[in-house]
Ligand binder design. Structure first.
Ligand SMILES: [Zn+2]
Length: 170
């Protein structure tokens, strides 16, 4: 029974920050509402205001979500080193061995479409989190990284389309 309860109602750890010294504060839930046990910060003695604490909780949650999804997204950067050689292979090496024009075109479009995914995900990330102006180092860093990932993929796609045009129209 106890185990079943834990499975259905996992303990979710919610954290907020002291508005004064940024110490993490555990926010608890009794199943109906959120509350904090301490009235004052244990580190700096700052008197908590529950509205402010909940504001910080929401902010923290958004930052955690943004930072973790940005790190997954930018972790995909290295795929550029797979994408470009494969495109070059299909455009310039493969036709020598097996010259089927349609197959090359199809592969090119399939690959390009697959690798457009990071572009769309970066744009979605920026639409979702870009408008927040949090003064959090990790968050600012994540925003910068997502923007560079977006640029990286746009440049890569422009380059691959130029190679394609060079191969077939020049
Ligand atoms: Zn404090």
């Amino acid at each position: 029974m106890e185990r079943e309860n834990q499975l259905l109602n996992p303990v979710v750890h919610l954290f907020s920050k002291c508005p004064n010294c940024e110490k993490l504060i555990r926010v608890k839930s009794n199943g109906q509402e959120l509350y904090i046990e301490e009235k004052n910060c244990q580190d700096c003695g700052f008197e908590f205001n529950s509205g402010e604490i909940l504001q910080n909780l929401i902010k923290n949650t958004i930052i955690t979500q943004a930072v973790s999804s940005a790190s997954t997204l930018t972790g995909f950067d290295l795929a550029v080193f797979i994408f470009l050689p494969v495109i070059i292979f299909f455009l310039f090496v493969f036709p020598i061995v097996f010259p089927v024009f349609i197959f090359i075109k199809a592969s090119f479009f399939f690959l390009t479409l697959t690798y457009l995914l990071p572009v769309f995900v970066c744009i979605r990330w920026l639409l979702k989190f870009g408008r927040w102006q949090f003064n959090d180092e990790e968050f600012i860093e994540s925003k910068k990284n997502v923007k560079s990932t977006l640029k990286l993929w746009i440049v890569t796609h422009i380059f691959s389309i130029m190679m394609f045009l060079y191969k077939f129209w020049v």
